[in-house]
Ligand binder design. Sequence first.
Ligand SMILES: [Zn+2]
Ligand SMILES: [Zn+2]
Length: 221
Amino acid sequence: MQSDVIIRQTAIGSYKVNTYLLACAQTKKTVLIDPGGEAERIVKMVRDEGMEPVYILNTHGHADHVLANKQLQAVFSVPVCMHEADDIFFAAADIREKSEKELGLPAPAPADIRLQDGQVLEVGKLRIKVIHTPGHTPGSVCFLAAGNLFTGDTLFVGDVGRTDLTGGSLDTLINSLKEKVIVLPAETIIWPGHDYGETPTSTVGREIKENLYITDFILAD
Ligand SMILES: [Zn+2]
Ligand SMILES: [Zn+2]
C-alpha cells in the first residue's frame, strides 16, 4: 500500500542526481537509492527521519549515481547492490578508463550484492522488485515498490537517458521500456534519476501519452 511507504527525493552533487530514501513506514527500514555524493547531507536526512538503512541500491554503475556508496557504507554498514551486468561491465579496465573520461569521475567500486532481474528485496514490510531495463547501460535497472518505480537514467519525465555513452544502446532501451515499463499499471509513479522534465515525478500512464520515445518509437509501430 502506498501509505506504507516513505519516499524522500533530493538532488545531489554537481550532476544533480536524484538520490532517494525509500522506507517502510512501519519499521523505518530504508534503502538509499543512487547516493550521488554529499554523503553527510544524506546521513543527516536519514538520521532526521529516524530511518534505518539496510541496502544501498544503484540503478546503474555511472559514477554520478554511486559516488557516496563507500562513505555511506562506512557509516551504516550496509551492502551496495547493483545489477550483475553493470557490476561486470564496469569492472573491465578498458571500460573503466572510457567511462572515467566520459563522466570525469571515478568508475564504481565492485558491488557487494549482484542483483538479478525479478529479484525481490524485503525491507521491513516493503517488497522492492528489481526490473532489469538495459539500454542506458547494460545493467540499468528500475526498482518497483508499492506502485512506485525508480527509473534511474532509463526513463525521465518526458525523456530517456543518453545512449551514446559506453555500453549504451537506444534500441535496447526502447525495448526495455516496451517490455518492462509500459506494461505496468498506468497509475505507477515514476521517480526519475534526474529532474529533467516539467515536473519532478510522472506516471506510467502520462509517459505513455506524452513521452515521444514511447509514442513514436513503440506505440507508432
Ligand atoms: Zn547514467
Ligand atoms: Zn545520471
